[in-house]
Write a protein that binds this ligand. Structure first.
Ligand code: GSY
Length: 172
């Protein structure tokens, strides 16, 4: 069995439902079991900032899928939930990024693991730290553990990542 971490993000309503549906689809795959999931965080957009706030979370899962099978399945979920790749870094119904696959460093045309920007993204490291603080980010990330990588983020980055709780008015 392989241990993987996947980051989920959405900034098109109904955001909570998109997360729930993506989790349900991951869980229904015969070769994927979700072991842990972080809280849901509301986060200010990074990169292309003229867009709505995101809901982000990270899961730990066990899988018999190869990295490419897992990528294909994540992309299938993105497509089925209506993601259109229009503006690069722009709004999205759901984004599933494979962060880590065991301790492997993988570089293929379609896939780089560890995710190349994960160490600089508070919206990834904060939820990851909640479920796996001592996980080591492999070679390409200088073998730092998550809790140490977080210390290198600025207070400004961290203040834009807050635990989100579902309000009764959010439709399901
Ligand atoms: O690949 C992640 C998509 N994304 C996000 C995101 O998920 N959360 C926040 N806060 N900003 C983002 N910018 C991009 S691109």
């Amino acid at each position: 069995m392989n241990k993987v971490y996947i980051a989920l993000g959405t900034n098109i309503e109904p955001r909570f439902n998109h997360l729930q549906e993506a989790l349900r689809r991951l869980q229904e795959h015969k070769k994927i079991s979700i072991l842990k999931q972080s809280s849901i965080y509301e986060t200010a957009p990074v990169g292309y900032t003229n867009q709505a706030d995101f809901l982000n979370m990270v899961i730990q899962a066990e899988t018999d899928c190869t990295p490419i099978e897992l990528l294909d399945y994540c992309q299938q979920i993105e497509k089925e939930l209506g993601r259109r790749r229009t503006i690069r870094f722009g709004p999205r119904t759901i984004d599933l990024d494979i962060l880590l696959y065991n301790q492997e460093n993988i570089k293929m045309e379609r896939l780089t693991i560890p995710h190349p920007r994960m160490h600089e993204r508070a919206f990834v490291l904060v939820p990851l730290n909640e479920i796996a603080p001592n996980t080591v980010l492999p070679l390409t990330m200088e073998n730092k553990c998550v809790v140490d990588a977080i210390k290198e983020l600025s207070g400004n980055d961290l203040k834009d990542v807050e635990i989100w709780t579902k309000k009764e008015s959010v439709e399901e």
